[in-house]
Design a protein around this ligand. Structure first.
Ligand code: AMP
Length: 478
């Protein structure tokens, strides 16, 4: 085996592209090209920068991947010429400055057992160390992605062990951090999930075969059935008639990313046994109990705060109204490169509905605050539209620490809540008051224990060893 085990970790931040993406795999008796395209459209919210598909046509893997939305990329002669019964697909979220065509996925390579392809969602925390180590062995990389490290490790492992399951298992034991993966190795298709279950991955049954995808909504829309989540540390191989399970690694607890339920996943998906919409509504109800306010109307920040606001209104008895109109054709403001562009983007994207606002004490609810750009602008708009009072309520506890597992939240000075009280935050964004759901409220709404959740961005305690950060459950020696 070429890759040494137990590679120590160092650089976790780097400038590698962040991977909060969507993945899908299919094995079927029918051509999978259209179903993979449809599935990718269902999970388009997980990544809008780039799209890719790789299909095994019986002889080799053909692929199409480039920058653009699914319906922009999977069209034209190249896509039309593809066809086959197994394949994988990927939609990619990346941050400004790191988007480039060469980093698109799936990544396809040729190995000693045939072509192989990978789609990856998540960030490895030991990527820089693994890359340096491999480069010192003479390996050359074409991209700056963690995913290329994984597929090259797999290709190397396959030279020692032609059984893909054994090879994937060995590779997984070398990886540290967040990864949900779909693979094709020759004519076989696999999915795998990191031992902490940081990123979601689930199995579905379709009319003519089986599928693995980031979110269960895929199976609803393909008129299939959700079977179950891929277990943390599990490798699943799908065939047209079923699937087999192989446990690669185990861990005494999980660390599901709370942000999947709070913001990232579709409300109609079920992740690790919990429907996203239901969790968001419960978060809103908890928020109403924990952070009550006397007001006339509850309005959501569309679309991210909608279920939270509904829960808040139901629990508080305050009337729910739509108070902000969203222009859905404006690009994502979150990743725009500077503050003035982000603020301009928010004003272009949102506009108050005056009849809901004028002379009212308004509670405006969103899922999360990161830098505070969106809410500062919204509070200004609501006051300008005639609101008497503006109270901000947030479904997620204050975000105070960076994410190393794939969510686009980088450095500490980024976060408006870091080192500030609720009153100080209210003053900064110009609101009459600000309130957040507590960490306990989040845990209760999710009905998951602290040890089974990753809440590192809220608590600054990380589920894996991240240099310079505190690991959760770490005991101080007396
Ligand atoms: P901010 O304006 O920086 O406070 O960002 C908060 C808004 O962006 C909220 O409405 C969230 O729904 C959304 N958001 C939070 N985290 C992310 C992320 N990693 N990528 C894109 N949008 C996000």
């Amino acid at each position: 085996m070429i890759v040494p085990m137990a590679v120590p970790m160092d650089d976790t931040m780097g400038d590698s592209p962040k991977h909060f993406c969507g993945i899908v795999a299919m094995s079927s008796n029918a051509d999978v090209k259209y179903d993979i395209k449809k599935a990718l459209r269902v999970i388009q919210h997980r990544g809008q920068e780039a799209t890719g598909i790789a299909i095994h046509d019986g002889n080799s893997i053909k692929y199409v991947r480039r920058m653009g939305l699914v319906h922009e990329v999977l069209i034209g002669p190249e896509y039309d010429a593809m066809g086959g019964n197994i394949g994988i697909g990927h939609v990619r979220y990346s941050t400004t400055g790191t988007s480039c065509a060469q980093d698109c996925q799936p990544i396809v390579v040729t190995t000693n057992v045939g072509d192989a392809a990978i789609g990856h969602n998540g960030d490895l925390v030991n990527a820089a160390k693994l890359r340096t180590k491999l480069q010192n062995y003479g390996w050359a990389f074409l991209t700056n992605t963690d995913s290329e490290i994984i597929i090259r490790m797999l290709a190397t492992e396959l030279t020692q062990n032609s059984d893909p399951i054994k090879a994937i298992r060995t590779v997984m034991r070398n990886l540290d951090g967040a990864y949900a993966l779909v693979f094709m190795v020759g004519k076989r298709v696999f999915g795998a999930r990191d031992p902490l279950g940081l990123r979601p991955l689930c199995i579905g049954k379709l009319e003519n075969g089986y599928s693995i995808a980031s979110e269960s909504a895929v199976f609803d829309i393909l008129q299939g059935d959700f079977v179950r989540d891929v277990a943390p540390g599990e490798i699943v191989e799908i065939t047209p008639s079923g699937f087999t399970s192989h446990q690669a690694t185990t861990h005494p607890h999980t660390a599901h990313c709370m942000f999947e339920w709070v913001y990232f996943a579709r409300p109609d998906s079920i992740i690790d046994g919990r429907e996203v919409y239901d969790v968001r509504k419960k978060l809103g109800q908890t928020l109403a109990r924990e952070q009550p306010v006397i007001a006339d109307v509850v309005i959501p920040v569309p679309d991210s705060g909608r279920a939270n606001a509904l829960g808040y209104a139901q629990e508080s008895g305050i009337m729910y109204e739509e108070g902000l109109m969203k222009n859905r054709y404006v690009e994502r403001t979150f990743i725009l490169p500077d503050q003035s562009k982000r603020e301009e983007g928010v004003s272009l994207k949102l506009n108050p509905i005056r009849s809901t606002i004028v002379d009212k004490r308004v509670v405006v609810v969103d899922d999360s605050i990161v830098r505070g750009t969106t809410l500062r602008k919204i509070v200004q708009m609501l006051r300008h539209a005639g609101a008497k009072e503006v109270h901000v309520r947030i479904g997620c506890p204050p975000i105070i620490a960076p994410c190393y597992y794939g969510v686009d939240m980088k450095t500490r000075d980024y976060f408006i809540a870091a080192g500030r009280t609720f009153d100080e935050i209210a003053e900064l964004i110009g609101a009459d008051s600000v309130g957040y759901t507590s960490v306990k409220g989040l845990r209760d709404s999710l009905d998951l224990s602290e040890q089974d959740l990753c809440m590192a961005c809220l608590t600054a305690e990380y589920p894996t060893c991240v240099p310079g950060e505190r690991m959760r459950f770490q005991k101080t020696l007396i």
